[in-house]
Design a protein around this ligand. Structure first.
Ligand SMILES: Cc1ncc(C[n+]2csc(CCOP(=O)(O)OP(=O)(O)O)c2C)c(N)n1
Length: 609
């Protein structure tokens, strides 16, 4: 007899299984319950509303107990997605993001997302199931020493083997993840600890941890010294990093800049910390920062670095970095001081607290000459900008981003992946607000954007969310489109489809004599892929079609995928080659004669006009 045919029904968002009807949060403090129940109860007491995860044997008691608790669970398609979603949720909300996975392969699949959060200082708690404690160390089925694996990529991690230790560990983990310099924490809980019972104890007092006492307030004598340096500088530049958003210092930074009239540039993660539309905003610094910014940094007499860590992508060659500048470094993590760049004055503390302490004493100087010099540098760059070129009928990524910025009035929450599109987004989408650009800066993780945007959606469901992603990175975690469908997520995915692993292709063009090893990339038909998910798919091949596609996407109630077929061999300019001096950039080609360009850019030797 033939097998009965299984009829699979596509669950729509509305009918998606969300577990049993959600209970009202129980309060079992002082009562004996299972370790698994303690886990959810403790998460609820921490204010957790949503977790991103994937079940399995070693975490099944926790999943079973979950149905009694009013915490939303988002079922991902791969645990890497869960970690990026927790990360995106944390970046968009400022709260701690939570992901959950089983032991072994479930736990190791979280690793890329944990490392991504570590390098960008994102508060996250990753909960993993572990084999029963009696089997620890026996290479039991699905056993991996996840605390050992994640030791170098977490702020701290815990192996919990007793039910009574679960609640205090959750409390401590959230404290560690979110105080001082934020970061990811792993809690690995054995299956027997989840199954055993214990009294649910919850200490309401603030967590006190010897050895973890972040210094939020800089020393008064250092503040006095900083004031003197700032007030006497003629060519100062503020370098605004991720610490602006992290400490909620946007408003104070704006006041500080207006009071001192200092030009201000941002790191990639700092974008939006200072409004891009402000006259004192210079834009992004570093490898793909604008030429005027990098040159201004090199000519500055004072750098005021706020919550940034002098990553090699922003400094170029450290030996020649800002040679005439005194350097003030405001940073919460003392380990960052003098790590990459030797500074004249460290101010260990929270950026917001530090600006607060400086504000009453800093003064405005006459900066006419300094701004005139920056304008001169800007003028040179402006003529090279792709936006100055007449429409030649082709679709360039920069145009897509620029139009997206214009059409969304700069107010969208944009989540980018990693590659050329990430840099074009940083250059052409002018961010005026914090927490509106989410991107993997430190680890540079392809596959980040789609899941991180899903996490952001749960943090800010009212926001217009755009994913800007390459055809390569999109394919790394595209399976999470199904999660979008099942969970009723509304985001807009703009695939900047150039048929290449673009950023690597660009390096091959510049530094490997155009040998395109393993960078031409086949993709599925993204419109059909969207269609297969019962989502909307659109394709754009001309600049004139961008507007209509964006409007259609915005009007759609659900996730939309727009396949932007852009120029295949376009490059991101300017570019500071790895290890080169910051002012030694490969500049945008322009209408100027090639000879002229090369005269100013000795590195530009591809022989192309
Ligand atoms: C997980 C991962 N693997 C490899 C890389 C190296 N890498 C950096 S950019 C890039 C190309 C990205 O191509 P695509 O996603 O198509 O974006 P594009 O650069 O074309 O905008 C690669 C392979 C990476 N950053 N992350």
């Amino acid at each position: 007899m033939a097998n009965p045919v299984l009829k699979l029904e596509t669950k729509t968002a509305a009918s998606a299984p969300q577990g049993a009807p959600k209970a009202v949060a129980p309060d079992n403090r002082g009562k004996e319950i299972s370790g698994a129940e303690i886990l959810w109860e403790a998460l609820g007491l921490q204010g957790v509303e949503v977790v991103f995860g994937y079940p399995g044997g070693a975490i099944m008691p926790a999943y079973d107990a979950m149905l009694k608790y009013p915490i939303r669970h988002v079922l991902v398609r791969h645990e890497q997605g869960a970690a990026h979603m927790a990360d995106g949720y944390a970046r968009a909300s400022g709260k701690v993001g939570v992901c959950i996975a089983t032991s072994g392969p479930g736990a190791t699949n979280l690793v890329t997302g944990i490392a991504t959060a570590m390098l960008d200082s994102i508060p996250m708690v990753a909960i993993t199931g572990q084999v029963p404690s009696t089997l620890l160390g026996t290479d039991a089925f699905q056993e991996t020493d996840i605390t050992g694996v994640t030791l170098p990529i977490t702020k701290h991690n815990y192996l919990v083997t007793k039910a009574e230790a679960i609640a205090p560990t959750i409390r401590e983990a959230f404290h560690v993840a979110s105080t001082g310099r934020p970061g990811p924490v792993v809690i690995d809980i054995t299956k027997d600890a989840q199954q055993a019972s214990a009294v649910m104890e919850w200490d309401e007092d603030p967590v006190q941890l010897p050895g973890h006492r972040p210094q939020y307030h800089p020393l008064p004598e250092s503040i006095a010294q900083a004031v003197e340096m700032i007030n006497s500088a003629l060519r100062p530049v503020i370098l605004a990093g991720h610490g602006i958003a992290q400490s909620g210092a946007n408003d104070l930074l704006l006041q500080f800049v207006e009071q001192t009239d200092i030009p201000t540039t941002s790191t990639l993660l700092g974008l939006g910390g200072f409004p891009a539309s402000h006259p004192n905003s210079l834009g992004m610094m570093g490898m793909h920062g604008e030429a005027w910014v990098n040159t201004a940094i090199q000519e500055a007499d004072l750098l005021i670095a706020l919550g940034m860590r002098f990553d090699d992508r922003v400094t170029g060659n450290i030996k020649t970095y800002a040679p005439d500048a005194k350097k003030i470094h405001v940073e919460l993590d003392p380990a960052e001081i003098n790590k990459n760049v030797k500074v004249d004055l460290p101010l260990i503390g929270d950026v917001r607290e530090t600006l607060h302490a400086l504000m009453p004493h800093v003064e405005k100087q006459d900066r006419k000459a300094w701004f005139a010099r920056i304008d001169e540098l800007k003028g040179d760059s402006a003529v090279r900008d792709i936006q100055q070129l007449p429409d030649n009928g082709k679709l360039y990524a920069a145009h897509v981003i620029h139009d997206l910025w214009r059409l969304t009035k700069g107010k969208a929450l944009v989540v980018t992946d990693v590659g050329q599109h990430q840099m074009w987004e940083a250059q052409y989408y002018k961010h005026d607000y914090s927490r509106k650009l989410l991107t993997s800066g430190g680890l540079g993780t392809m596959g980040f954007a789609l899941p991180a945007a899903i996490g952001a959606y749960f943090a800010q469901p009212e926001d217009e969310i755009w994913v800007v992603v390459g055809d390569g990175g999109f394919q790394m975690t595209a399976a999470e489109l199904t999660t979008c469908k099942q969970e009723g997520v509304k985001i807009h995915v703009a695939i900047i489809n150039n048929g290449y692993l673009g950023m690597v292709r660009q390096w091959q063009e510049f530094f490997y004599d155009r040998r395109y090893a393993a960078t031409p990339l086949l993709s599925p038909d993204f419109v059909k892929l969207a269609d297969a998910h019962d989502l909307l798919g659109l394709r754009v091949t001309k600049r004139s079609e961008i507007g209509q596609a964006v409007e259609e996407a915005r009007a759609y109630e659900g996730t939309v995928v727009v396949d932007f077929r852009v120029e295949q061999e376009d490059s991101v300019y300017p570019m500071v080659p790895s290890g080169a001096d910051l002012h030694n950039m490969i500049r945008r080609p322009s209408a100027a004669p090639a000879k002229e360009i090369r005269k100013h850019n000795p590195i530009y030797e591809t022989g192309e006009d």
